[in-house]
Design a protein around this ligand. Structure first.
Ligand code: COA
Ligand code: AMP
Length: 633
């Protein structure tokens, strides 16, 4: 088996494996060591090497004959706009905007927050930061000002780059008021904001702080100034991407430059089986890790054409838009979340709209971000008649932990499994005592240290939280916080999270973070937020609230306020729409809320009465409250 050979080859000589992969990247100076096991938290890849990520994404392709190849296609069914950039054009835009950043005082190591919708300027801003060694932190547009403020305080950016608005079906969301509110809330204040004015909304600019993107770029063009690539250490940060942790304080996942390029470049052929020059489409948002890795960095590192799509799988204008984009732009491989396919299937169960488009050039569908339910996977296989590969990864890794290595050797698909460990990852399923469980038995999915290139070396400004979250529970291993099992053939089955993270429409959210918001309501004594199964979004949050004694208001009124509070505080993306008042919450005798049992009741799963339950009758009360809302199955 070719895969087994490659995997074993890596296991026998990991440094030689990654040194070989690193030949695909252009370096200003080679590393002192491929891997230094003593550096930082668990070692560092390519210490001493000098490189630039933007150079590898753009300049070298222009220099090597791809100047006129399309690098980036913007397709926005929500606005009706389309635009293409060749590698030469994208380089020109990026080098000019990088000069704007430099003019604004941004230097190597400075942070820049990018709060933008899925428009080309978001990609340009990211690459411009990379070009001058600044560290970008993209914040997804569906987050509320409070979430943005938390990120501003943690990343302490010198500058924030934004757009005047984002567009959701049926509504235009003015970003500038959200940004202003976030800056008002944050203790740290950025020096400047650069605003890309979109046609749909014109943002009011604050004199001396806010600047118009187009004006600044035009000024730079007139002066003819462009910024050159600044060599950075392979171990210098490229970006910070905040992701949900177990509290309202998100984790700042740090990505380096060198290891990230090496790993991502390796994946394009070996996992996605696409060749330079082909079109790769990740239907995600640049605010998520999938967008970072597979809208921006990996396809550009490899000389592919990438697509930034501003729309939804349904309703912009219909459930045929994915097929339209695939045929119009000759997409070879699509990467999206299963929820997108559930949405399409619901609207067009027979897949009739596929018949309107030429999909003959389309080769493979890749799914990730949440569990791919076998039903949806089979539907996609049947209708598209191409291989459909589930693969498992996390914001923390930036690329696949377990997948089907299509470019090495496509392995037989087993529905429900994300297939096998990729080179770089020694996946072991552990019990509570950190001992490997027998094949087929469920346990904590863990990765033996060290992690491969691209994985987070630590959390931004928080080594302690990094160690505590990922390294302490299973010494010598990285804790993925996913539970599942591995079968006799090494196929990995991801079943659930072991913490309070839920996946809503492929978006990672913390129920603990939501509980913090709900508990802030003055009429609420205590609450529990759990993720319950949802046919479209995979999971949705549901909040159970207990009112303070003596509260005399209508529970429905309070429930409505709680829903609004989560929307205002975390954002619409939390999709928190279910709040249920209950007399009491089920707890253990030591006072721990039995969230797992509540979830099982809601999802209609069998559950054992927890031996330590304080009062079993409370479970019946919860069940009744759910039934009234049509929840307990
Ligand atoms: N800015 C502002 N609001 C946003 C937003 C953004 N960038 N993105 C989503 N929202 C809003 C939505 O409008 C919705 O608001 P509503 O409660 O007023 O309806 C809310 O956040 C929840 O969004 P979402 O969970 O995405 O639901 P949806 O009904 O809008 O769309 C899908 C559902 C399945 C079509 C959509 O989630 C999807 O395409 N997902 C697959 C791809 C993907 O994004 N994967 C992520 C990582 S790979
Ligand atoms: P994120 O960091 O947003 O990519 O979310 C990572 C989490 O999403 C993982 O820890 C899993 O819980 C879940 N996840 C991602 N991909 C898959 C998959 N293919 N199958 C099951 N769960 C997945």
């Amino acid at each position: 088996m070719r895969y087994q050979e490659v995997y074993n080859g890596w296991k026998e000589a990991p440094e030689a494996f990654w040194a070989e992969a690193a030949k695909s990247i252009d370096w200003y100076r080679l590393w002192d060591k491929v891997f230094d096991p003593y550096a930082d938290q668990y070692g560092r890849w390519f210490p001493g090497a000098l490189c630039n990520t933007c150079y590898n994404c753009l300049d070298r392709h222009v220099a090597n004959g791809r100047a006129d190849q399309t690098a980036l296609i913007y397709d926005s069914p929500i606005t009706g706009n389309k635009q293409s950039f060749t590698y030469q054009e994208l380089l020109d835009e990026v080098a000019t905007f990088a000069a704007v950043l430099r003019e604004g005082g941004i230097e190597k190591g400075d942070r820049v927050i990018i709060y933008m919708p899925a428009i080309p300027q978001a990609v340009i801003a990211m690459l411009a930061c990379a070009r001058i060694g600044a560290i970008h932190s993209v914040v997804f547009g569906g987050f509320a000002p409070n979430e943005l403020a938390t990120r501003i305080d943690d990343a302490t950016p010198k500058m924030i780059v934004t757009a005047s608005c984002g567009i959701e079906p049926g509504r235009v969301i003015a970003y500038k008021p959200l940004l202003d509110e976030a800056i008002e809330l944050s203790s740290h204040k950025p020096q400047y904001c650069v605003v890309y004015q979109r046609q749909e909304v014109k943002a009011e600019l604050i004199s001396g702080r806010d600047y118009d993107w187009v004006d600044l770029v035009n000024e730079q063009r007139q002066s003819g100034e462009k910024a050159d690539c600044v060599p950075v250490l392979a171990t210098d940060p490229l970006y910070i991407l905040y992701t949900s942790g177990t509290t309202g304080q998100p984790k700042g996942v740090l990505r380096d430059n060198g290891g990230h390029m090496v790993a991502l470049h390796w994946t394009m052929k070996n996992i996605y089986d696409v060749n330079p020059g082909e079109v790769f489409w990740a239907a995600s948002d640049v605010g998520w890790v999938v967008g970072h890795s597979y809208i921006v960095y990996a396809p550009l590192l490899t000389g592919n054409t990438t697509i930034i799509f501003e729309g939804k799988p349904v309703g912009t204008p219909d459930a045929g838009v994915f097929w339209r984009v695939i045929s119009e732009h000759k997409v070879a491989a699509l990467f999206t979340a299963p929820t997108a396919f559930r949405a399409i299937r619901k609207e067009d169960p027979e897949g009739e709209l596929m018949g309107n488009y030429d999909l003959s050039g389309f080769r493979t569908l890749f799914l990730a971000g949440e569990r791919a339910d076998p039903d949806t996977l089979k539907w996609a296989e049947d209708k598209l008649k191409v291989p459909v590969y589930d693969h498992w990864w996390q914001t923390e890794t930036g690329w696949t932990i377990a997948g089907n290595p299509a470019g090495i050797e496509p392995l037989p698909v087993q529905h429900g499994s994300s297939t096998v460990a990729m080179p770089g990852y020694d996946i072991q399923i552990l019990d509570d005592s950190c001992v490997e469980v027998p094949r087929g038995e469920t346990g904590a999915i863990s990765v033996k240290l060290p992690l491969p290139p691209s994985c987070l070396p630590t959390l931004w400004n928080d080594d302690e939280r990094f160690r505590e979250s990922y390294l302490e529970e299973y010494p010598g291993y990285y804790k993925t916080a996913d539970a599942g099992y591995m079968d006799e053939n090494g196929y990995v089955f991801i079943m659930s999270r072991t913490d309070d993270i839920i996946n809503v429409a492929g978006h990672r959210l913390s129920t603990g973070g939501m509980e913090e918001v709900v508990a802030g309501h003055t009429d609420i004594a205590e609450c529990a937020v759990i993720g319950i199964a949802d046919q479209l979004k995979g999971q949705v949050p549901a909040g159970f609230i207990v009112l303070n004694s003596g509260v005399n208001r209508e529970p429905t009124e309070i429930e409505g306020e709680v829903v609004q509070m989560v929307r205002d505080s975390i954002g619409p993306v939390a999709a928190f729409k279910i709040a249920i008042t209950v007399p009491r919450l089920p707890k253990t005798r030591s006072g721990k809320i039995l969230r797992g049992t509540m979830r099982k009741i809601a999802d209609g799963e069998t559950y054992k009465m927890p031996a330590t339950i304080d009062d079993p009758e409370i479970l019946n009360e919860i069940k009744d409250a759910m039934s009234v809302r049509g929840l307990a199955k």
